[in-house]
Design a protein around this ligand. Structure first.
Ligand SMILES: O=C(O)C1=C[C@@H](OP(=O)(O)O)[C@@H](O)[C@H](O)C1
Ligand SMILES: C=C(OP(=O)(O)O)C(=O)O
Length: 434
């Protein structure tokens, strides 16, 4: 992949209305459920990111036909629960953990063999968290020392299980529920902490009987999915970069429009409010079964906090941005209970710690978090480690740094947030490709 480096300089204040692209989690799932439904699913607000396009390409290889009437729209011609066809080629999930782990569940129940591969980052991420419980359902999947590629042997007779995942993970839960569609009997997942419930709510919308409440989901194999149109909300995790940017740049006043506000995603709002942020939710309504609303964010001085443990799973993708808020806050912020950050696209605790240190911030790594002492941020050269959320977090840091921040290896921003640089510069950033 072509190497892309950025430089972010002091900028702002941030002003105006901002519309971020569609939700990544919902876009992956809409493609998968649309693919195995009976009938035609029209997806609006689809994320045109590399991660979700990789999932669409894989489903295409498996015989699903898509139309793209315009950017952000997909028409999925469902092939039914048993209509996918095997591919002799490998199935490339790119950078997407969600794509690979959910597809592992979907493909475990097929009659044909499949091989899922990923890029360098995804090839380092742990997969036994899904392949072990899928094996307990009767699936046969070989990993490469617990990592991708995944070789999934078709023709396994799956049976339902009750599984208690050791970590709170919507990807683990979703992989099991997808396999459960093809299993004899009931599949139940009981989580240590509730995670995003898009798989459950979309299954229900597609007409599959499912019992669920926060932290628990149970379904039986052998029903039918019926196509239903999906409206994808704007991605809270993408909005989060502008939320934090407006919190830390004096004079900022922005409105992030029609953002998905699923309560299992919005922990960052609670964390920032504890730190003194001025964030108001307006125009709250429902769209496609999900709560959405506008986030109105005005600059307010932040102070350090001890982050409550219970908020951690509800903001798992927002930590890189929170580290930046903590770095400019007055006082010390302590983050614990977030060891999962070490197995994302990069080790996000290490990536943020080394980047913030390079900009003169005092940060101590903990095995499951960090202690960050707020203060002035200087310029520096940082490596994003090919991690989209690290790259965008240092773009925010540059807004308030005393000298430019050079950010290496930013191409993967396109996995989750195509058009970030243009949108950011339109809102008041000074971000250029170096
Ligand atoms: O289910 C999903 O769509 C996701 C779940 C989370 O991962 P985990 O399940 O590993 O926590 C999150 O980090 C990822 O960006 C998307
Ligand atoms: C962890 C993330 O995604 P995934 O697991 O799908 O790669 C993310 O987008 O921050």
């Amino acid at each position: 992949m072509r190497r892309v480096d950025w430089t972010s300089r002091a900028g702002g204040p941030l002003r105006g209305g901002i519309v971020v692209p569609g939700d990544k989690s919902v876009s992956h799932r809409a493609l998968m459920f649309g693919a195995i439904a009976e009938g035609v699913t029209h997806i609006r607000g689809f994320l045109e990111g590399e991660d979700t396009r990789a999932t669409a390409a894989i489903l295409g290889q498996l015989g699903v036909r898509f139309e793209t009437p315009s950017a952000g729209e997909r028409v999925v011609h469902g092939v039914g629960l048993h209509g996918l066809r095997g591919s002799v080629e490998v199935l490339d999930c790119g950078n997407a953990g969600t794509g690979m782990r959910l597809l592992a569940g979907l493909l475990a129940g097929q009659a044909f063999d499949s091989t899922l591969v990923g890029d360098e980052s995804l090839s380092r991420r742990p997969m036994r968290r899904v392949t072990d419980p899928l094996a307990s359902m009767g699936a046969s999947i070989d990993t490469t020392d617990g990592k991708p590629p995944l070789r999934i042997h078709g023709g396994a007779a799956l049976h339902g299980v009750t599984y208690h995942p050791p970590v709170a993970s919507a990807q683990i839960k979703s992989a099991l529920l997808l396999a459960g569609l093809y299993a004899e009997g009931f599949t139940e997942v009981v989580e240590p902490h509730p995670t995003r419930d898009y798989t459950e709510s979309m299954l229900k919308a597609f007409g599959w009987p499912i019992d669920y409440s926060p932290g628990r989901a149970r379904l039986e194999g052998g029903h039918v999915l019926r196509a239903v149109d999906v409206d994808v909300p704007a991605d809270f995790s993408s909005a989060a970069f502008f939320v934090v940017a407006a919190c830390i740049v004096p004079g900022s006043d922005v409105r992030l429009k029609a953002v998905g506000l699923n309560p299992r995603r919005t922990g960052l709002l609670a964390a920032l409010r504890l730190m003194g942020a001025d964030i108001v939710v307006e125009n709250e309504r429902r769209s496609g079964g999900e709560p959405i609303g506008d986030l109105v964010v005005r600059y307010a001085p932040l102070h350090g906090v001890e982050l409550p443990l219970e908020v951690v799973p509800d903001m798992i993708d927002e930590f890189p941005a929170l580290f930046v808020a903590a770095a400019v806050a007055d006082g010390t912020t302590t983050i614990r209970g977030a060891a999962e950050l070490r197995v994302k696209e990069s080790d996000r605790i290490a990536s943020m710690a080394s980047g913030l240190k390079a900009c003169g911030v005092s940060i101590e790594e903990l095995p499951d978090g960090a202690i960050i002492r707020g203060g002035p941020i200087g310029g520096g050269h940082i490596d994003s480690h090919g991690d989209h959320r690290i790259a965008m977090s240092f773009a925010i840091a540059g807004l308030v740094a005393s000298a430019p921040i050079a950010i290496g290896d930013c191409a993967n921003v396109a996995t989750s947030f195509p058009g970030f640089m243009e949108l950011a510069n339109g809102a008041g950033f000074h971000l250029v490709q170096a």
